[in-house]
Design a protein around this ligand. Structure first.
Ligand SMILES: NC(=O)c1ccc[n+]([C@@H]2O[C@H](COP(=O)([O-])OP(=O)(O)OC[C@H]3O[C@@H](n4cnc5c(N)ncnc54)[C@H](OP(=O)(O)O)[C@@H]3O)[C@@H](O)[C@H]2O)c1
Length: 232
């Protein structure tokens, strides 16, 4: 049976590249994101027909997360993998953020993955499936006043806490922590440094697929990957 995978934040960047990689491997894929137009553009470009479903909504909204899971199950009857990928970083440091912007980033990057885990665990236990949480090198390193980094430390903790919770239920949990990746993420942050080494979204997608494609009984728990030349 074709595996069914739900990816949050799948309209651009790492999520979109992961969707394409998994579609090529025969998965049925549901992707979410807030901007419905960008989701539709991705769907049209992917050309996967009814093997790709797009579900607009905000990953920090529990009713959207529940609805995304429900729609995926209604369409395909099972859930094998979830990728908690949706996330963003505010530009600047925490003394420069508005409280409202801080709330949005914390809810997206921390509550979002936790809601996804909460909502999908019963189905993943049934399929003996896998969870991938996209963290960051910023989730293993501190830098001055970096609230985004705080959210990614939390995402890393969520991965290990979830693994401890479900490993005896046959569910695998992998944290993928990329360094700098060339995606629209950097537009939101005000652009990446010009000469900084980067990886491609496809390279991160390949690492996610590697974790998903492990044989039954093997659980890759943590992948940290940087472009060669990235020091921090
Ligand atoms: N690029 C890097 O260097 C890098 C490095 C380490 C980790 N990461 C992490 O990788 C993940 C993917 O980022 P990316 O680089 O691929 O950036 P991206 O191209 O900006 O993709 C982010 C995706 O998440 C969606 N998204 C953002 N906030 C959302 C929300 N509240 N609800 C639903 N969807 C939301 C975006 O669509 P909408 O805006 O339409 O919602 C988009 O589809 C993030 O968790 C990021 O923190 C990125």
């Amino acid at each position: 049976m074709e595996p069914v995978t739900l990816i949050t934040g799948g309209s651009t960047g790492i999520g979109a590249a992961t969707a394409r990689t998994l579609l090529k491997q025969g998965h049925r894929v549901a992707v979410t994101a807030r901007d419905a137009d960008r989701l539709s553009a991705f769907s049209a470009a992917a050309g996967a027909g009814d093997r790709l479903m797009t579900i607009p909504g905000d990953t920090s909204d529990d009713s959207h997360v529940a609805s995304a899971v429900r729609q995926t199950l209604q369409a395909w009857g099972r859930l094998d993998n979830v990728i908690a990928n949706a996330g963003f970083s505010l530009p600047g440091i925490l003394t420069e953020h508005t409280p409202e912007a801080m709330r949005a980033m914390v809810l997206t990057n921390v509550l979002g993955p936790a809601l996804l885990v909460r909502e999908t665990l019963p189905h993943l236990k049934e399929s003996r499936g896998r969870i991938v949480i996209v963290g960051s090198v910023a989730g293993v390193k501190n830098t001055p006043g970096n609230l985004y980094s705080v959210t990614k430390w939390a995402a890393h903790a969520l991965a290990e806490n979830t693994r401890l919770l479900v490993t005896q239920d046959g569910v695998g949990v992998t944290l993928v922590a990329p360094g700098m990746v060339d995606t629209p993420f950097w537009d939101n942050r005000g652009g990446r440094p010009d000469d900084a080494p980067t990886m491609t979204a496809v390279q991160i997608a390949d690492a996610i697929a590697f974790a998903l494609n492990q044989p039954e009984g093997v659980d890759i728990n943590h992948i940290t990957m940087r472009p060669v030349g990235q020091i921090n």
